[in-house]
Write a protein that binds this ligand. Sequence first.
Ligand SMILES: NC(=O)c1ccc[n+]([C@@H]2O[C@H](COP(=O)([O-])OP(=O)(O)OC[C@H]3O[C@@H](n4cnc5c(N)ncnc54)[C@H](OP(=O)(O)O)[C@@H]3O)[C@@H](O)[C@H]2O)c1
Length: 331
Amino acid sequence: MKAIILKRTHEPPDFTEANLPEITASEVLVRLKAAALNHRDVWVQKGLYPGMKLPCILGSDGAGVIEKIGKLVSNEWFEKEVIINPGLNWGDNELVAGKSFHILGMPTNGCFAEYVKIDHQYLYEKPPHLNFFEAAALPLAGVTAFRALFTQSKLQKGEKVLITGIGGGVALQTLLFARALGCEVYVTSGSNEKIKKAVSYGATGGINYKMNNWHKVLLKEAGQFNVIIDSAGGDNFGNLIDLAAPAGRITFYGGTSGNISNIIPSKVFFKQLTIKGTTMGNPEDFQHMVDFVNQKKIKPVIDQVFPLKEAETAFTRMENGEQFGKIVLKI
Ligand SMILES: NC(=O)c1ccc[n+]([C@@H]2O[C@H](COP(=O)([O-])OP(=O)(O)OC[C@H]3O[C@@H](n4cnc5c(N)ncnc54)[C@H](OP(=O)(O)O)[C@@H]3O)[C@@H](O)[C@H]2O)c1
C-alpha cells in the first residue's frame, strides 16, 4: 500500500510503499478515504514529541470503510463507514490518561496510508451528515475541544467564551461547539483575515494578538469571559487572567508560545479562577463528542484538501500557520 512514512526527524516524510497491516482477532482493517493533519504531526517530524520511535506511518486522524474484521469482531462492523478514536489505552482513571496512553500515528502506525489496522474498541460510525473529508477532520481536534469546553470548563449555555489562535484546528472546532450550545464567542488570531472568517462561523468578534495591549482593547470592547480556551501559553497567558470573569475557567491544551511566567497570584484567587490543563479525552469524552456532533449536525471546517502524495506541502502549510481549519489528505 502507499503510505507517508517518517524515517528520520527533520526530513520530509516519504510517500512510499509499505506492507499491508496484518490484523489480530480483535482488530479491523480500515480502507482509508481521508486523513487529517494535527500540529502533533509537525512536532513529530521535528523530533519534538515525547517517545519518538521511527520509522512510522504518521497521522492520527482518519475516516474510511472497514474491509476486513478479526475473528472476535462483530460482523456488524464489516463494510461500515467509520472514524477512529486516536487516543489509545486511556486507562482506568477518567480524570487523567494512564502511563500506557499513546496516540495513533507514532509510535503506532497511523492514518496517512491506504490502510490502517485498529482495535475495534476505537471504532465509531461516521456521522452520516459528514463526508469523508469532514469526518477525518473530526477525531483529535473534536475530542480535545469537547473535553476542554465541556468536561473541564463545564461550559453552560449563555456563557461568554474567548478562544485564542482561532486559525488552529482545535480552536476552530471549539468555536463550532460553543456556538452550537448557544454561547457568545470572541476569538484572537495573528491574522485579521482569520478573525473575519471566524465571524462568518459565528464568532461575535475578535482581536489580533500581535497588537500592543490587545487584551485591554478586547476587555473594553467585549467585557470579561466566563470560559477561556487557550493553546499558546507564553507571555500572553497572564493577560487571560485579566480577561476572565469572576469564577471564570481558563483551560489550556498547548504551549505554542512557550512557558508562562507572568501570573499574579492575587488576581487568580480574588476572582476564584480555575486554571486547568487538558488533553485529548477518554472514551466517554469521545462518545459524547460524536453524539453532540450528530445531534447538532456540526461540520468541521476544512482548510484545504491535498492528495496523499502531496503530504509534504500540507505539512509546510501547517508549519507556517497558514491554515484556517483542518488540513486534509485525500487517500
Ligand atoms: N494536549 C493535547 O492533547 C493536545 C491536543 C491537540 C493539540 N494540542 C496542541 O495544541 C496546539 C494547537 O494544536 P492544533 O493542532 O490546533 O494546531 P494548528 O492547527 O497548527 O494551530 C496552531 C494555531 O496556534 C495559533 N497561535 C500561534 N501563536 C499564537 C499565539 N501567540 N497566541 C495565540 N495563538 C497562537 C495560530 O492561530 P492563528 O493562525 O489564528 O494566529 C495557529 O493557527 C499545538 O501545540 C498542539 O500540539 C495538544
